[in-house]
Design a protein around this ligand. Structure first.
Ligand code: BES
Ligand code: ZN
Ligand code: ZN
Length: 461
């Protein structure tokens, strides 16, 4: 859906009218709406076709409610032939734009019969060009991430992810370096290579850079890019394997973030790193009982090959810290099912040692339309990662607190001087949508793109 602004009223087939209960501007249709049972509740919609009006309920004027209401309104007419819409609304234009662009997203590349393509356009009667531009860029970058996540694993393996990064780099004037297997060996990224070994697709590490002149700060963002996670020899049960193409969501978000920051021209140097790997089974698969040597010299006892994301990230975090002296380093990963149990499927779990930094990111999530909450590390859980034969185990010896122990595992691969600058974002819950919610239709959600871009924008201010 295309979104435009017009300072004057225009003609459109359908006018979207947001209704908070039955307050203005509903006086005219109030009786009819009551008759049809429309109460004006959040996300409720009613198309009054004869009058060219689409009523959409909102519970308040907060951005979150507006995004969701606009998304519902647009979804409700997705099977109609209407193509021009307008809305007369002067506040929180960014939320209206996001609701429209994110809410109208669909992934139909693999449908042989495409829904009849109607090019839809929404005109907002307003003149706030800046807000329109910025929220359009961020929403399109989120949809770009969604497209990557939604692509099936046989069409999006590590080399393809690297090609997508290279294409983005050439379109958006980014620096791009791709490390192939030989270079990963030279860099001693042995844990990443072990995870990758049984796949017929060789791994890649992607390094993208947005480099403005005189940057105000430098941030590195590291993404888990498991193009498929079968679990490896600790094979996932079939019901849990379905949707594991989503395991590249962190890496895909990194690409979306680089797209957004370059198009927004933000005065921050942003480095994106993606560990692109496929976790498979085979005669040469890595095994429970193996001991791996990570890039930073630590040894890891493998006790479960399905806890592969942390192994890949351990090495990519090591590489990122070697390559860039950053003011901030974040990692984004669909790391644990435990995070979904802990905070629910809508919320990202944020971990780290710096309380202020964690709170800043939670605020950015709220401000940009995402849900996030913090989980605290503790020294008792940390002990559950002890190994009898190596420096650390890749899984803990307790059934509980799995999102935290995974975060604490990663903390072992963050250099001392970077510990206060590091945040770990577990997006296992919100990365993939099974039942549409708010402005998130089925499939990849692009989780963390909006919150991290908001964080980077705020460093600029
Ligand atoms: N990619 C999964 C985590 C995941 C689960 C993401 C569900 C999204 C939805 C990860 O690699 C994994 O398998 N983690 C294991 C860790 C366990 C073996 C300690 C898990 O969460 O079960
Ligand atoms: Zn796994
Ligand atoms: Zn995984």
């Amino acid at each position: 859906m295309k979104v435009e602004l017009s300072s004057k009223d225009i003609e459109a087939e359908i006018e979207i009218i947001l209704t908070e209960g039955f307050g203005n501007p509903l006086v005219e249709e109030k009786e009819l709406l009551q008759k049809v049972g429309f109460k004006g509740e959040q996300d409720e919609t009613f198309l009054f076709a004869e009058k060219g009006k689409l009523f959409a309920g909102v519970s308040n004027k907060e951005k979150e409610s507006l995004r969701s209401a606009i998304a519902s309104a647009i979804r409700s007419i997705s099977s109609t032939k209407y193509s021009t819409f307008k809305i007369d609304y002067k506040e929180n234009i960014d939320a209206i734009v996001e609701g429209a662009i994110l809410g109208s997203y669909s992934f139909d590349k693999y449908k042989s019969k495409k829904e009849e393509e109607v090019l839809r356009k929404l005109t907002i009667i307003s003149s706030n060009e800046d807000e329109l531009k910025s929220s359009t860029i961020i929403s399109n970058a989120t949809n770009f991430t969604r497209d990557i996540v939604n692509t099936p694993p046989e069409d999006c393996y590590p080399e393809i992810l690297a090609n997508i990064a290279q294409e983005l780099a050439s379109n958006n004037n980014l620096e791009c370096k791709i490390l192939t297997k030989k270079e990963l060996e030279d860099e001693k990224m042995n844990t990443l290579l072990a995870v990758a070994r049984a796949s017929r697709y060789e791994p890649r590490v992607i390094h993208l850079t947005h480099k403005p002149k005189n940057p105000k700060a430098v941030i590195s963002i590291v993404g888990k890019g498991l193009t498929y996670d079968s679990g490896g020899l600790s094979l996932k049960p079939s019901d849990f394997m379905v949707t594991m193409k989503l395991d590249k969501s962190g890496g895909s978000a990194v690409l979306g973030i680089l797209k957004a920051v370059s198009e927004l021209n933000l005065p921050i140097e942003v480095h994106g790193f993606v560990g692109a790997v496929e976790n498979m089974i085979g005669g040469d698969a890595y095994k429970p009982d193996d001991v791996l040597f990570a890039k930073n010299g630590k040894t890891i006892e493998v006790r479960n090959t399905d806890a592969e994301g942390r192994l890949v990230l351990a090495d990519v975090l090591g590489y990122a810290q070697q390559e860039v002296k950053a003011d901030y380093i974040f990692d984004i990963a669909t790391l644990t099912g435990a995070a979904v149990v802990g905070v629910g499927q809508y919320t990202s779990a944020i971990m780290g040692f710096n309380e202020e930094l964690k709170e800043k990111l939670v605020k950015s999530a709220k401000n940009s339309g995402e849900l996030a909450s913090t989980l605290d590390f503790n020294r008792y859980l940390k002990k559950s990662l002890q190994s009898n034969i190596a420096d650390i185990c890749n899984i803990s010896n307790t059934r509980y607190g799995g999102a935290i122990t995974a975060g604490q595992f990663l903390s072992e691969f963050i250099n001392k001087d970077m510990q206060q600058k590091w945040l770990h974002i577990d997006i296992a819950g919100p990365a993939f949508v099974e039942h549409t919610w708010g402005e998130n239709p089925y499939g990849g959600s692009g989780a963390s793109v909006r919150m991290v871009v908001d964080f980077i924008k705020n460093i600029s201010n």
